[in-house]
Each structure stands twice: as structure tokens, then as C-alpha cells.
Design a protein around this ligand. Structure first.
Ligand code: ADP
Ligand code: ADP
Length: 229
């Protein structure tokens, strides 16, 4: 039931001064279908790099990723990734509904289907009554909920999240973490969640993948067996 295989992935960046920066050092791991894993480690250890490689936003210098027997490129072309970044990039001149709608418009999802999916996703992230608002009318936490709804618009098999709640206050973050687990329980997608927050990773995930400080190597894989909220 392994779904995502990370095989000896290394990444060496070359900076503007021409120096080599070893960001990831031969990382291997297996992720199961429907699993919620977190990538945990200090700032600069290569978590974002690994997530971007899995998302096909970056090519590794070495190694490969295999997802259900396919390459990240195949998965990206089929639009099976949903991605949530630290700051949701929302269009302030589009309503919440029309922001969530955007990926579906790009993919040519018919209007009726788009409308019903917008309703479904708004409900899922707890923003039922906010569809007609504009992003600037919402709090940071609510904006990130919109970002999650938009990432889920195409019903992605893989949900990739890069420190989605790290810009939020502690209270908002805790609530969003609880709600994220509820959302995940309904979507059944495989989640890879990047964080440098230890309690957050333990609270959320089935397994915590710990990377060493720069350059990132696999330090530990910790199974978490806590009751879900
Ligand atoms: P993390 O997400 O764990 O904070 P990153 O993946 O962002 O780590 O970065 C890992 C290392 O690679 C860091 O040392 C960072 O400075 C370096 N790095 C990231 N992106 C680039 C880039 N485009 N060019 C050069 N170095 C980079
Ligand atoms: P509602 O369906 O409740 O009226 P909205 O009008 O905000 O909500 O948007 C939902 C649907 O309407 C989406 O499918 C969206 O693509 C479509 N839509 C609304 N305005 C436009 C527009 N100017 N261009 C393209 N699609 C639009």
C-alpha cells in the first residue's frame, strides 16, 4: 500500500556566488495511501525543498520520486496535487467563491459542477456564509481556510501543505489543526505537512518524518498512535 516512494533524493543548489548548497542528502521514505505524515525539522533543513520536489515544482539533483508507479510530472499534469503554502495567494478582487473556483475554471470543470463543489468545499472548511465576501474582509485564519478550500477544489489525491498555519496566532492555529483533521477524515487524501513545530506534527500526523539540521538527512521516523480528536 506504499503510494509515494522517495528514493535517495538529494538536492544541491547553486547560489548567486556560484557556491554549492547541499540542501537534501539522500533522503528515502515510503508514504502509504491515505496517510497523514509530517516533515519535521529546523529551519533550513530542506523540508520545503523536499515538498517542492514531490510536487514537481523542483527537479532533484539525484534520486527519484515514484507515486503510484508514476512520476511527479504525471501527477501534476493530472492535477492530482492540492497545495497549500504559508500565505494563501488569494485575489482580492475576486470573492471567496470565485477564488475557490479558479482551479476548476482553469481545468474546464462545467459551471454547475463548479458551483456545487464551491458549496461543498466552503462547508468543509467552515466558511458556508462567507462565499460572497472578499479575501481582505477575512481574518488570516479564514483566508487560510479559503486556501485549503481552493486546494481541495479539484479533489486532489495528494494534499501538500507547507507550514500553512505558521503565520497564525496560537489559538487560531490550534483550531485550524483540529479542523484540518476533520477535513482530512472526509477527503481521504494523502497529506504531507511541513512544519518546524514539534507538538503540531505530533498532534496531526500518523507518522513524523524528522530531518536533521542542514543538510537534511533522515534522522528518525516516528509512528504516532494517539487518539484522533
Ligand atoms: P526548510 O523548508 O526546512 O526551511 P529549505 O528547503 O527552504 O528548508 O532550504 C534548505 C536549504 O537550501 C537552506 O540552506 C536554504 O538556504 C537553501 N536553499 C533553498 N532554496 C535555495 C535556492 N533557490 N538557492 C540556493 N539555496 C537555497
Ligand atoms: P454564485 O454561484 O452563488 O452566484 P459566484 O457568482 O461568486 O457565486 O461564483 C460561482 C460560480 O460563478 C463559479 O462557477 C464562477 O466560475 C462563476 N462566475 C461568476 N462570475 C464569473 C465571471 N465573471 N467569470 C467567470 N465565471 C464566473
Amino acid at each position: 500500500e506504499t503510494q509515494i516512494q522517495v528514493k535517495d533524493v538529494s538536492m544541491v543548489y547553486t547560489n548567486n556566488a556560484g557556491e554549492k548548497i547541499n540542501a537534501l542528502d539522500s533522503v528515502s521514505l515510503d508514504i502509504k495511501e491515505g496517510e497523514f505524515i509530517s516533515l519535521l525539522g529546523p529551519s533550513g533543513c530542506g523540508k520545503t525543498t523536499l515538498l517542492r520536489i514531490i510536487a514537481d515544482l523542483l527537479q532533484p539533483t539525484d534520486g527519484e520520486i515514484i507515486i503510484d508507479g508514476q512520476s511527479p510530472r504525471d501527477i501534476r499534469i493530472k492535477q492530482e496535487y492540492g497545495i497549500v503554502f504559508q500565505q494563501p495567494v488569494l485575489y482580492d478582487w475576486r470573492t471567496v467563491r470565485r477564488n475557490i473556483c479558479l482551479p476548476m475554471e482553469i481545468m474546464g470543470v462545467p459551471k454547475k459542477e463548479r458551483t456545487s463543489r464551491i458549496d461543498e468545499k466552503l462547508d468543509l472548511v467552515g466558511l458556508k456564509d462567507f462565499g460572497k465576501k472578499y479575501p481582505f474582509e477575512l481574518s488570516g485564519g479564514m483566508q487560510q481556510r479559503v486556501g485549503i478550500a481552493r486546494a481541495l477544489a479539484l479533489n486532489p489525491k495528494y494534499l501538500l501543505m507547507d507550514e500553512p498555519f505558521s503565520a497564525l496566532d496560537e489559538f487560531t492555529r490550534e483550531k485550524l489543526n483540529e479542523d484540518l483533521l476533520e477535513i482530512w477524515g472526509k477527503t481521504k487524501s494523502t497529506v504531507i505537512f511541513v512544519t518546524h513545530n514539534i507538538p503540531e506534527s505530533v498532534f496531526l500526523s500518523d507518522r513524523v518524518i524528522v530531518l536533521t539540521p542542514h543538510p537534511g538527512k533522515l534522522a528518525a521516523v516516528v509512528d504516532i498512535d494517539l487518539p484522533r480528536p
